[in-house]
Design a binder for this molecule. Structure first.
Ligand code: SF4
Length: 73
């Protein structure tokens, strides 16, 4: 959420406004058509953000990678 009350999917997408808390309830914003459309097509908006690929990786691999990087540091 921005200081102006705009709700966005994340801090990397400040121009993707789903609603404004000055005018709407958070629950209504969370469930509105715009947010649902984003959830169903987020890869179109998120572009090359590295974070969306995490759901394509086995979570055990992510944990192993993090543990191994800490052990070798
Ligand atoms: S995938 Fe990246 S750009 Fe998209 S919502 Fe998540 S953090 Fe933001």
């Amino acid at each position: 959420m921005s200081r102006e009350g705009n709700v966005t999917p994340c801090c990397l997408l400040p121009d993707v406004k789903m609603g404004n808390l000055l005018n709407e309830d958070l629950k209504d914003i969370w469930q509105n058509d715009k947010f649902n459309l984003f959830r169903n097509n987020y890869r179109d908006t998120c572009g090359s953000c590295d974070l969306w690929v995490i759901d394509q990786v086995d979570s055990d691999q992510v944990i192993d990678k993090n543990i191994n990087s800490r052990v070798s540091a």
